[in-house]
Design a protein. Structure first.
Length: 122
């Protein structure tokens, strides 16, 4: 096992999660205002948001991407959610100190690049 490979894998997941969190938060504030946690669910008739975005896990951030303001994301990048979901098991392995296989490292590297290109455009 290479500790350096696992550190790089963690870094990729961290970049995906933190950049997505930042972009979603900014877009929600721009569209719904500073009080978007309560305004957005009311306007879109969705369940109340119970967590601060800073405490949301990756799968919880994904739920916010189903708000109407992210419609272009789904239209222009239809595989984004599928790729994001493919990261979940790898994120869990990394979080629980399980070593990724070489195949998983390669997949994460490619997926990280693809996701970051889209996240930059949100």
């Amino acid at each position: 096992m290479s500790i350096n490979k696992m550190v790089k894998a963690y870094q990729k997941v961290y970049e995906i999660e933190t950049n997505l969190r930042d972009k979603v938060d900014k877009k929600m504030i721009n569209h719904y205002g500073d009080n978007w946690y309560s305004a957005a669910p009311k306007r879109e008739k969705k369940l109340r948001i119970k967590k601060n975005i800073k405490n949301m896990q990756l799968y919880e951030l994904e739920q916010l991407l189903h708000y109407k303001i992210f419609g272009n994301l789904h239209k222009n990048y239809p595989r984004f959610i599928q790729l994001l979901r493919a990261v979940y098991p790898l994120r869990n392995k990394i979080a629980h100190c399980q070593v990724l296989t070489n195949k998983e490292h390669i997949f994460l590297k490619q997926t990280h690049l693809a996701l970051m290109q889209v996240i930059e455009k949100i």
